[in-house]
Design a binder for this molecule. Structure first.
Ligand code: ZN
Length: 191
């Protein structure tokens, strides 16, 4: 089922996710729905907060972004990115490593808003996958950027928090309008 993606201004986006202790049928269904939602929205990643759930859970699939390559290393050896995809990361722990590099980012909770964000170019990841198996890898390129962006979501951090001040200032009218629209819709929904 395609879920509603909540937009900037929704309180769920600022909540730190709780750890998932067990792969229940409910969590399995949530993961399936999050993949479906991400593909419907043509995104490369989606965090639980973006569907209104404060959990340590994100889904990723970078295979569609052929113009922005990714790299992958497992146990120190080069590995096939496509073979790892699609992947859910549960209770992820990451260490961003390498040189800070600017790259374009968008977010499904911020439609039509894009900016360059500076992040370390590599990420070391430890997590559980959608089968609740341990996974450990090191990634670069788009996958590294997407992992860092999504794991920020799991901690209530948004890409606007990492924008250059001048970019955020320039986008302020759009950001304010989006936030107001979301809050208005929430008020209406409550009656
Ligand atoms: Zn996002």
């Amino acid at each position: 089922m395609v879920l509603e993606v909540v937009k900037y201004g929704h309180p769920a986006l600022r909540r730190k996710g709780e750890r998932i202790e067990k792969l229940t049928p409910e969590i399995q269904q949530l993961i399936a729905d999050m993949f479906e939602t991400m593909y419907a929205a043509k995104g490369v990643g989606l965090a639980a907060q973006q569907v209104g759930r404060a959990l340590q859970l994100t889904v990723l699939d970078v295979r569609g972004a052929t113009d922005r390559p990714s790299t992958l290393e497992i146990a120190g050896k080069e590995a096939n990115v496509e073979a790892l995809m699609p992947i859910a990361l549960i209770n992820p722990e990451i260490t961003p490593v390498g040189n800070p590099i600017a790259g374009p980012e968008g977010c499904l909770s911020f439609p039509e808003i894009f900016a360059d964000i500076v992040r370390p170019d590599m990420t070391e990841v430890r997590a559980l996958n959608q089968k609740f198996e341990s996974v450990e890898f090191r990634c670069g390129g788009l996958l590294s950027r997407a992992v860092q962006h999504e794991i920020d979501h799991l901690n209530g951090i948004l890409f606007i928090d990492r924008m250059k001040r001048a970019d955020k200032e320039e986008l302020k009218p759009e950001l304010d309008a989006l936030q107001a629209e979301t809050k208005e819709a929430l008020k209406k929904a409550k009656g």
